[in-house]
Design a protein around this ligand. Structure first.
Ligand code: SF4
Ligand code: SF4
Length: 422
């Protein structure tokens, strides 16, 4: 896991050590050291929450730049459905798709189309597997499970996410339309609303390599499109998606598409954690499908988008009005082919407590002893997110008890009282 490639990073020059991000990180991955935030790569799930809450813009999402895409390749744009919600007064998705072609892409394959095919496969898979099933479409969820809920790992839906299936289908379509192109001549470019999808692509390696070649930020593409989108789009329609595909842009879209009322859809990383806690504790036995999105409102709330997620959602609802329910379907049959199944490389990443069993027990005992000494007010001024996390850091030898100012003040007061003979 040490080699995991992250897409959330910190600019130390902008960081004031204010502790905002420290208190919002759901995996306690952040510490303040020497007045600057530090991210523990083993704990970070690339949810982007720290980017969202930093008042000083010290955290940023790292993605490919549009200038990284080689000009001499056959370039296929893969717009996430949330892209359409970024534009005001958009009457037709084709304005965006044709804008992408005018910008310089050779072809466009809507991720919303692949989402409709994934919805078909999900319905098939649901007939065969034990419930509840947890969607793996938001990449943050698999990583969060690996850190905190390993017992729920076998509940993850093992289907390729729409972005991945879109890239696979787009490449196959391009090879068919242009037999003169070699495999290497074609590149797929996902237009992403969030850093988690960048990490997902960058960490698929070897035989499990992603079909997506580049992941660019939705906000970068948005500003380029504003320059090239035309008031007239001509006759020929480009979009082949329906309501189901667009619905995936916001929370509940994926779950409602499986036509099973026993579902739960939650968004925002804190709500996601609460739901997982409940499921881990055996609550909600009646649930059959669980859709979880780390971002508020779903993908429309990703930190690489431009507009307020609720405005984007309303715009997408408006675009859906005149579309068919679904424009795309999985090939006939009852099975899910192996090549659309996700090979989840799930690895439990426990928080390390020493190198052996004896060490672990000693560290745990020390942590519990320290916890009783600390004030329990979780103020964050020690640089750890909670008093419990600080006790763990001190027991692990990475912090010193003197960094807790409340504890030190109490100790000093006790000393004064002793000196005064009280
Ligand atoms: S929110 Fe975090 S990254 Fe931003 S200034 Fe405060 S401590 Fe630094
Ligand atoms: S991206 Fe999420 S998990 Fe990683 S440090 Fe930021 S808030 Fe924590």
């Amino acid at each position: 896991m040490g080699s995991y490639k992250h897409s959330v990073s910190l600019n130390p020059d902008k960081c004031l050590g204010c502790t905002h991000c420290l208190k919002h990180c759901s995996t306690e991955a952040i510490r303040i050291r020497n007045k600057r935030a530090v991210i523990d790569p083993a704990r970070c799930i690339d949810c982007g929450e720290c980017i969202r809450v930093c008042p000083h813009h010290a955290k940023k999402a790292v993605s490919d730049k549009l200038s990284d895409i080689p000009k001499d390749k056959f370039k296929i744009a893969l717009p996430a459905p949330s892209l359409y919600g970024q534009f005001s007064n958009l009457e037709d998705i084709d304005y965006v798709l044709k804008g992408l072609l005018d910008y310089g892409f050779d072809d466009v394959y809507e991720v919303a189309r692949a989402a409709e095919i994934v919805s078909d496969y999900t319905r098939r898979e649901m007939k065969k597997v034990e419930k509840p099933v947890i969607s793996s479409a938001c990449p943050v969820i698999a990583r969060l499970l690996s850190l905190r809920y390993p017992l729920l790992a076998d509940k993850l839906l093992t289907l390729l996410p729409p972005m991945e299936l879109a890239a696979k289908e787009a490449k196959a379509q391009a090879r068919k339309k242009h037999p003169e192109l070699k495999e290497d001549d074609i590149v797929t470019v996902f237009i992403s609303p969030c850093p988690a999808k960048v990490s997902y692509v960058k960490n698929k390696t070897g035989e499990n390599k992603s079909y997506v070649d580049y992941v660019v930020s939705m906000s970068d593409v948005y500003f380029e499109l504003l320059n090239v989108m035309k008031p007239e789009i001509g006759e020929a329609p480009v979009s082949k998606t329906g309501m189901i595909g667009l619905g995936w842009a916001s929370t509940g879209g994926e779950a409602t598409a499986i036509f099973n009322e026993k579902y739960l859809a939650a968004d925002g990383i804190d709500n996601v954690v609460r739901v997982l806690e409940e499921i881990d504790n055996g609550s909600f036995p009646e649930l059959e499908f669980v859709e979880l999105n780390a971002c508020p409102g779903g993908c429309v709330g990703g930190v690489m988008t431009v507009v307020n997620p609720y405005i984007a959602k309303a715009r997408i609802s408006n675009l859906k009005r005149y579309l068919p329910v679904s424009g795309n379907h999985a090939p006939d049959g009852d099975d899910v082919p192996d090549d659309v199944k996700e090979k989840l490389e799930f690895e439990y990443i426990p928080v390390t407590l020493g190198s052996g069993f004896g060490d672990a027990i000693k560290i745990m005992q020390e942590r519990e002893r320290l916890k009783k000494m600390l004030p329990g007010i979780d103020c964050g001024s020690c640089g750890s997110p909670t008093c419990a996390a600080f006790a763990q850091d001190v027991a692990n030898g990475v912090s010193d008890i003197s960094e807790c100012i409340v504890f030190m003040r109490e100790e000093l007061e006790k000393l004064h009282k002793t000196d005064d003979g009280e």
